[in-house]
Design a protein around this ligand. Structure first.
Ligand SMILES: [Zn+2]
Length: 163
């Protein structure tokens, strides 16, 4: 049995499938949450969310990339969100590699060097600041007054704002 089969089986047993507002694609809290793909970050539980309340964007690191700007532009311009919360975290996989190292590895194995940035970092707070600045500076996002960044401690569950 693959992990996909396992998930499908769990889905069949869900009891609260219809909880939350399904009537509109516009999030009722008018917020977009960007965080890392890290399996220890349970976004819904972390913020007590139910269906219909927030857009959730995830990638390696929870980093603002061009693709995240694409999603946020749609989120704000077409789906009514007004705030962005960026949550990166302690002991992130991206703090354990470097851009050059990972690009070298890919190039060695495939003969191709990616054009995208790996977005590796040493200090998570610096990475949060960079992502917050990218969002705030983006000409494509009309609502930038409430873009805030946080570090989530995966061991204690504590959330700390990065100024
Ligand atoms: Zn991570």
């Amino acid at each position: 049995m693959t992990a996909i089969d396992e998930l499908l089986s769990r889905n069949e047993q869900l009891e609260d499938r219809l909880r939350g507002d399904r009537s509109t694609p516009e999030p009722s809290l008018h917020i977009a949450i960007l965080t890392c793909m890290d399996a220890r970050i349970r976004v819904f539980e972390l913020f007590g969310l139910i269906q219909g309340e927030a857009h959730i964007l995830r990638n390696a690191g929870g980093v603002v990339t061009d693709d995240v700007i694409r999603s946020l532009a749609l989120s704000q311009r077409k789906l009514g969100t007004r705030e962005v919360i960026i949550v990166q975290h302690t002991s992130c996989g991206l703090s354990m590699v470097t851009d050059d190292e990972f690009k070298d590895e890919l190039e060695h194995d495939t003969g191709l060097r990616p054009t995208w940035a790996v977005e590796a970092f040493r200090e998570v707070k610096d990475s949060v600041r960079t992502s917050v600045q990218r969002a705030r500076r983006s000409d494509f996002l009309p609502y930038k007054d409430n873009v805030r960044g946080f570090v989530y401690d995966v061991h204690t569950g504590e959330l700390t704002e990065v100024q």
